[in-house]
Design a binder for this molecule. Sequence first.
Ligand code: NAG
Ligand code: NAG
Ligand code: NAG
Ligand code: NAG
Ligand code: NAG
Ligand code: NAG
Ligand code: NAG
Ligand code: NAG
Ligand code: NAG
Ligand code: NAG
Ligand code: NAG
Ligand code: NAG
Length: 649
Amino acid sequence: MRLRTAFFGPLLATATLAQNGTKSTKYAVQTPPLTTNWTYTVGTNPWPEYPRPQLARSDWQSLNGIWTYQNTTSLNGTPPFGQVLPNEVLIPSCLESGLSGIQGEYTIYSWFRTSFTVPSSWAGRQVLLNFGAVDYEATVYVNGNNIGFNRGGYFRFELDATNYVSFNGTNELLVFVHDPTDSGDYVIPIGKQTLRQSHIFYRPCSGIWQSVWIEAAAANHIIQLDVDANMYGTVNITVYSSGESQSPVQILVGSANGSSATAYNGTSDVPFQFTVPSPKLWSPDSPTLYNLTVILGTDQVTSYTGFRTISKGVVGGVVRPLLNGEFIFMFGTLDQGFWPDGLYTPPSRDAMVYDLEVLKSLGFNMLRKHIKVETQLFYQACDQMGLLVIQDMPSLRPLQDYFLSNCTSETILPDPAQQAEFDRQLDILVNQHKSFPSIVTWIIYNEGWGQVIAGYPEFGLTDRVMQLDPTRLVDSTSGWYDHGAGDYSDNHHYANPQCGTPFYSIESSPFDPSRIGFQGEFGGIGQNVSIEHLWNVQQAINGINQTYEIDETIDAWNYRSHALLTELKDQTNLFSCSGGVWTQTTDVEGEVNGLLTYDRRVLRPNVTQWKADIQALYDAAASRSNSSMTFGTDYGYDRAYRIRDLFWK
Ligand SMILES: *[C@@H]1O[C@H](CO)[C@@H](O)[C@H](O)[C@H]1NC(C)=O
Ligand SMILES: *[C@@H]1O[C@H](CO)[C@@H](O)[C@H](O)[C@H]1NC(C)=O
Ligand SMILES: *[C@@H]1O[C@H](CO)[C@@H](O)[C@H](O)[C@H]1NC(C)=O
Ligand SMILES: *[C@@H]1O[C@H](CO)[C@@H](O)[C@H](O)[C@H]1NC(C)=O
Ligand SMILES: *[C@@H]1O[C@H](CO)[C@@H](O)[C@H](O)[C@H]1NC(C)=O
Ligand SMILES: *[C@@H]1O[C@H](CO)[C@@H](O)[C@H](O)[C@H]1NC(C)=O
Ligand SMILES: *[C@@H]1O[C@H](CO)[C@@H](O)[C@H](O)[C@H]1NC(C)=O
Ligand SMILES: *[C@@H]1O[C@H](CO)[C@@H](O)[C@H](O)[C@H]1NC(C)=O
Ligand SMILES: *[C@@H]1O[C@H](CO)[C@@H](O)[C@H](O)[C@H]1NC(C)=O
Ligand SMILES: *[C@@H]1O[C@H](CO)[C@@H](O)[C@H](O)[C@H]1NC(C)=O
Ligand SMILES: *[C@@H]1O[C@H](CO)[C@@H](O)[C@H](O)[C@H]1NC(C)=O
Ligand SMILES: *[C@@H]1O[C@H](CO)[C@@H](O)[C@H](O)[C@H]1NC(C)=O
């Protein structure tokens, strides 16, 4: 379809006024139930960083900032072309957050509008319109033309706007967003979002919650780079092109110190390999990255990689996760990535990195990104800082029931079409993130949420993920319904751990010594600091008493933390524990069990004690792997399986 410049020119000339002559309500931060130090520093130019660091182009322009917004009531509205919508809104943001300027509820159907100009120097090239993430479905119009649709609240998408933009005038961008979250019969990936908040389920996020930008690229351009660089210096790379396949490509690999670059040649759209001699390896202690420049015809992008290998192997009689061929005890937090002012959108990169710095300073070498997917800048920060990432697929609805007309209830699980959509989005998760060196493991299901039991679909999904990404481990079921799929035997237990041990609580599956023994969640002990640091919403405050354990003082909390970390250390010494996940990085709403309060203003850990306790875990793992002790490898295997088979019958 051709550009309709003549039609849009006059309308856009009155762009500061609504059609009826009124202005949009001016943007202002709405006071959230709790602020952070960053809330009032965000301003109207948020997230200015280039959002896709592993496929970066120099000619780009951010569309973040103040847009206008209109709440609507159905899927079938007429697009409000050429109108200024009633409320200004900050992009990117969640409509339910204070930072959005809306802080709405039930924002299920929304229109967003902005206008932009394209640099005239881009004429003759492709103009690509990019969204970091829109929750949940987006329909995008440029100058009155529907240019694309995307489904999936956590993933980036790119639309070719070349034929619809004007290079010498203003362009109108209108986006319709539909986000049902857990309304009605919808069963879609939502993670911890819910329209009915309750203790561990939180205020949802709707809308354009990650950066929006345009960039210029050659007609035949790079659309995806899959890069794996291993401990032997071999780089396996696929450069996907938009145009004719199998064109020559050139890769420039910078040295670790940036002083020089070496060129390697290859072909687009097929994997090819080359070897960098004696690379400095990537690890949490030495997170060395190498810059890449990738050239395809006249298109050029920058990227980076880290040389490391993730695998598993038997060390001292125990199945272990290996980093660069050696057992690595992975110790991290459950990291949910919620913010009291921005919900899913951290106020800024600095705020986001602050959490990671706290983890690093306490000695954690890992985090479990819990049923949420972050901006690519988050994974880049983990790559740069040396934090391993265990990445969860955002779960479908947790175990909620429908009430049927005959007064019985039935657990809400995906129907075949909903399951197929979950599977499609799992592919996207892996494909969009498989080049980040920090990611070491994919988790498919958390605690049975949305997990169909009939037919055990986790086996097929595990095979699928291993096929899409043969370079990482798969934790098929973190907690609960373990039927033997994947690389991990992952226990969840509160408050104390039961990691790779001969004892387990009846709701858990027994440890399976043929897989990696792991404590996917434990800890979760709470401490109610004071109202100044609480999410000041009555429903959340009423739920605080559902925390597994409340310790009256921070000293008591540290005493208990020491006991629980020591228990994990004992299990590491005696049994087959290869790592654990402490719940959690921060408080979230009525869950007051973070290392940090939700506002990030109080750090509960006694840093000296925690650093020593975490170091003791690594020391225990190192001495366990050096010993020839086999206790813990062959006990109770048959008995454990018999019980499991009975239990899951
Ligand atoms: C927040 O600001 C206070 C007061 O300036 C300061 O003491 C504190 O360290 C800051 N916290 C964070 C997380 O930046
Ligand atoms: C003008 O239109 C806006 C957006 O539809 C609406 O919010 C506002 O109430 C209208 N004002 C008048 C005076 O009709
Ligand atoms: C949006 O519209 C829905 C349906 O009318 C309503 O329930 C909700 O409160 C509205 N939200 C905002 C932010 O206006
Ligand atoms: C703008 O560009 C169009 C073609 O894209 C051209 O027809 C038109 O004359 C240009 N207008 C101005 C004012 O340069
Ligand atoms: C390179 O990566 C591709 C895509 O992931 C994979 O199919 C292929 O087996 C890999 N080749 C080598 C030599 O590792
Ligand atoms: C930088 O690294 C290159 C390649 O490893 C090496 O030859 C060079 O001596 C290094 N330069 C400095 C200043 O360390
Ligand atoms: C890699 O590139 C980034 C930005 O392009 C630059 O800041 C950094 O210094 C480079 N690192 C090396 C080792 O060359
Ligand atoms: C790599 O490709 C470049 C440009 O296409 C060419 O000039 C160069 O000779 C090639 N190098 C090798 C080693 O084939
Ligand atoms: C209630 O209705 C459901 C769905 O129609 C049916 O599967 C179930 O057997 C019924 N239960 C009873 C007790 O009748
Ligand atoms: C928690 O507190 C709420 C209200 O404050 C109360 O209704 C509920 O019974 C309490 N639950 C427990 C487990 O104590
Ligand atoms: C937590 O603290 C808040 C604010 O002081 C208080 O209202 C609430 O009752 C406390 N809840 C628990 C379970 O300690
Ligand atoms: C923190 O822990 C260390 C080591 O256990 C201890 O010596 C110190 O007294 C503790 N500090 C506080 C403030 O409790």
